[in-house]
Write a protein that binds this ligand. Structure first.
Ligand code: PMV
Length: 335
């Protein structure tokens, strides 16, 4: 047993995960494809301790600290639940000390659960000397957050929906060096979202549009993979915009409905389309379960796209990232 620190990147999905076939294990309704991000990551240190070393009278609880603040109650529950899975797997009853830090603001429209649970899964297992393959780690991370299953790999990644806990796992499609695609997140609000994606996945099937969107996502997935393979941004861009809009149509028509967009979100989407149509600027949008818009482009257009986004009144700030590696173990610890 040793203190272990792991850094994992978040990811942006090009074919989205929205809706669960089996909520208990986060088995999705459709397979999804994403790019792991280099510059939006979580670093997590885990140390397991026997209860006795913490004093026989002390509370036998896990200690969780995120971005410098201790987490208690419901906020810590999701993390403690995941530590329970890892304890069960290893057959131990140790307590964990966990400290985690994001290099991006939590409510920025970048999935902190994807990088967070990927880093936690890898660090917590390694600190216990539990040796699992990346595929098995992907399955384990999925139980905490579906999108975390994809952050187990670097570059471009596919999460196959699978038919059970073992087969619903991510796998690498293309390595980081394959294509330097850039994700510029235009942040229009840093308020935490009112409905978590965890709750949203359970509502998806209540939308009359869900079945059609899932069918469409499955059909769009092979051409998305081919477009990434050819480094063909116009083909990829059309497909990712359509899937993002279809996912939001499902969100907006579920019961209760989920409207994540703010007026600024729509302004950005319309601006990106206008810049493309009128000025030939090759940039495309996608949007997750929140109001912030991810604008995808190639390095040659980053300055121009960033400049134009920065001029829009709705945009508070920009966060820019290229493709990044899978989880890496670091020698420097957070405590
Ligand atoms: O992994 P979750 O439960 O945070 O869900 C992620 C959902 C989306 O970000 C909206 C889509 C996706 O595939 O990442």
């Amino acid at each position: 047993m040793q203190k272990t620190t792991v850094r994992a990147g978040s990811n942006i999905a090009f074919i989205k995960y929205w809706g669960v076939a089996d909520a208990a294990i986060n088995m999705p309704l459709n397979s999804s494809v994403s790019m792991t991000l280099a510059d939006a990551h979580t670093t997590t240190t885990v140390e397991w301790q026997t209860v006795a070393t913490r004093g026989a009278t002390g509370p036998a609880e896990d200690e969780v600290n995120v971005n410098g603040a201790p987490l208690h109650g419901d906020a810590a529950r999701r993390i403690v639940n995941h530590l329970d899975r890892i304890r069960d797997l290893a057959g131990v009853s140790l307590r964990a000390r966990v400290s985690s830090r994001n290099n991006f603001p939590i409510a920025s429209g970048i999935a902190s659960s994807a990088s967070g649970f990927s880093a936690l899964t890898v660090a917590a297992c390694a600190a216990l000397d539990v040796e699992l393959t990346p595929t098995r780690l992907s399955s384990l991370a999925r139980l905490a957050s579906g999108s975390a299953s994809r952050s187990l790999f670097g570059g471009f990644v596919q999460w196959d929906k699978g038919t059970n806990d073992e087969s619903s796992v991510a796998r690498p499609l293309f390595p980081v060096e394959h294509w330097k695609l850039i994700d510029i997140v235009a942040v229009v609000s840093s308020e935490p979202k009112s409905v978590s994606s965890e709750g949203g996945h359970r509502l998806a099937a209540t939308s009359p549009l869900c079945e059609g969107r899932v069918r469409n996502a499955e059909q769009a997935l092979p051409p998305v993979v081919e477009a990434i393979g050819r480094r063909d941004l116009p083909s990829l861009g059309e497909l990712i915009e359509q899937d993002a809009l279809a996912m939001h149509a499902v969100m907006m028509t579920s019961t209760p409905r989920l409207i994540y967009w703010l007026p600024g979100s729509l302004n950005i989407m319309l601006a990106v389309q206008r810049w493309r149509d009128e000025d030939g600027l090759p940039a495309y949008f996608t949007i997750d379960a929140g109001p912030n818009v991810h604008v995808i482009c190639e390095p040659a257009s980053v300055d121009e796209v960033s400049h134009r986004l920065g001029e829009l009144p709705a945009v508070e700030k920009l966060i820019t990232s290229g493709p990044g590696p899978g989880p890496v173990e670091l020698t420097e610890h957070l405590f």
